[in-house]
Design a protein around this ligand. Structure first.
Ligand code: ZN
Length: 460
């Protein structure tokens, strides 16, 4: 019955697109309107680079530029929405809130209709209030003010770029599909140094992975490509040097834009917080992964796109997500005696206690769900989401479900129940992000899944 139902839905959406979307090429008004815009966000002066706690100085140059890009979608019935992608580690809540408030006011856009994503490149700039404890900037007193100025400028650039895309929509068609590439390796289950050996022996790498490449394509009525939005579930950490670049996804976007002049290529991170591109650490490998990803997207563009009927429904909820254990004063005092970022985190939390401030017991966690056409479900989660969420939602909502992570606010890792129980880095790492707890509540996965189900029911 389910199969029949989905077959009927597919036939219905193809008919709808044929009637409403493609017919205009022969003379009427197309039902989708799409708009694109992009702005360069490469810092113009040396700035601390985001992601690794081990860097000891600011940036020293540019391998390739960083961008904010926007794709605006508009349906004939007045439904508008915008997808923003960025070559950044992730938006901290303060900046995401400022961007959405300003964009919402300027373009009369409901919060649910703004999707703010990041590529999680570790060769982009540190942003205001983003993981501040992990960066040893003491010897560079000019950095905090520069980071603040860059962040303020970035907010404006993101708002302007999204507003420009929204105000420049033109008739077009929208398509979706899925490709595959396999360079992501489960980093919790495979030792980095052994991956090449395991592959050479012809053995399978261990642990859950999600190698699909979701593709959303916008075209002009004559079929010319306007934009492609694509994702992949793998940490954007091939490189760890001191030059600005988008890492593998930066290369993938450049590659696709070269293959299709006039098309904007936009990347977002999937649920890849426990996945790494392995082996890594050379520009050649980074370029190779970029071209593997671009190749996977290109194959979908050439062969297997499905039309999306001109309808968009969106839902957004701020979930009150409880923390688990919080550290005691004694534990913090012990940690503060050591060196490194855990000590800086402990000292900051102790200062808060001393100032009489109570720590929050939970966090306002963003969950967003979109439905494009009659069947393309898109679940969009905040934080560094582990791969189990993509696997779970695909089995729950069907294989064509897309799951984006690192969106709308990147506040910490988001473990599944399995990872929470297993422990280790991705199960907590709250001292990296500066949150006032050791880890999330035990039923984090069920709470997030229940919220996604609520929202999925609303966009039906
Ligand atoms: Zn990460």
């Amino acid at each position: 019955m389910r199969l029949l139902d989905s077959l009927l839905k597919t036939i219905l959406s193809i008919l709808l697109v044929l009637v409403l979307g493609l017919a205009p090429a022969r003379g009427g008004e197309p039902a989708w309107k799409v708009g694109t815009a992009r702005t360069k966000i490469t810092p113009q002066e040396p700035l601390w680079m985001a992601g690794y706690g081990g860097r000891d100085r600011p940036s020293e140059g540019t391998l390739h530029d960083l961008w904010v890009k926007a794709l605006a979608l508009d349906t004939a019935d007045g439904g508008q929405a915008v997808i923003v992608t960025t070559d950044l580690l992730g938006f901290p809540k303060g900046l995401a809130d400022r961007i959405c408030a300003e964009l919402g006011k300027r373009c009369r856009l409901d919060r649910s209709r703004i999707m703010l994503t990041s590529s999680h490149t570790h060769c982009g700039p540190v942003l205001q209030a983003g993981l501040t404890d992990i960066y040893p900037m003491e010897k560079f007193p000019e950095q905090p003010a520069r980071i603040e100025a860059y962040s303020a400028e970035l907010v404006q650039k993101v708002v302007d770029t999204a507003a420009k895309a929204l105000s420049a929509t033109e008739p077009g068609t929208l398509w979706c599909g899925e490709g595959k590439t396999e360079f992501a390796v489960n980093r919790r289950n495979n030792a980095e140094g052994q991956v090449e050996e395991i592959r050479k022996r012809g053995e399978a790498l261990r642990g859950p992975v999600e190698h699909s490449v979701p593709v959303l394509a916008a075209r002009a009525p004559d079929g010319a490509p306007r934009a492609v939005v694509f994702g992949y579930a793998c940490h954007n950490t091939t490189l760890s040097f001191y030059q600005w670049c988008g890492d593998y996804s930066g290369f993938a976007q450049l590659d696709l834009q070269e293959r299709h002049p006039g098309m904007l290529a936009m990347f977002y991170m999937g649920c890849g917080s426990d996945q790494n591109p392995l082996p890594r650490r050379t520009v050649e490998l980074c370029q190779k992964y970029g071209s593997m990803l671009a190749g996977a997207v290109d194959e979908v563009l050439a062969k297997s796109l499905r039309p999306i009927a001109p309808r968009i429904r969106t839902a957004f909820e701020v979930l009150d997500l409880p923390f688990g254990e919080q550290p005691t004063r004694e534990e913090l005092e012990e940690m503060a005696k050591k060196s490194g970022y855990t000590a800086r985190w402990a000292k900051r939390l102790l200062d808060e206690l001393d100032a009489g401030r109570a720590w929050a017991k939970s966090y306002p966690y963003p969950v967003q769900v979109w439905k494009l056409g009659e069947e393309q479900l898109w679940i969009v989660l905040g934080g560094e989401v582990v791969v189990d969420y993509a696997i779970r939602f695909k089995s729950q909502f069907g294989p064509r479900t897309w799951v984006t992570g690192y969106a709308n606010d990147v506040m910490s890792y988001i473990p599944s129940h399995r990872v929470w129980e297993e422990g280790r880095y991705e199960a907590g790492a709250f001292s990296v992000y500066g949150l006032p707890a050791e880890r999330w509540c035990e039923d984090i996965e069920e709470r997030i899944a229940a919220c996604a189900e609520r929202l999925a029911a609303r966009v039906k």
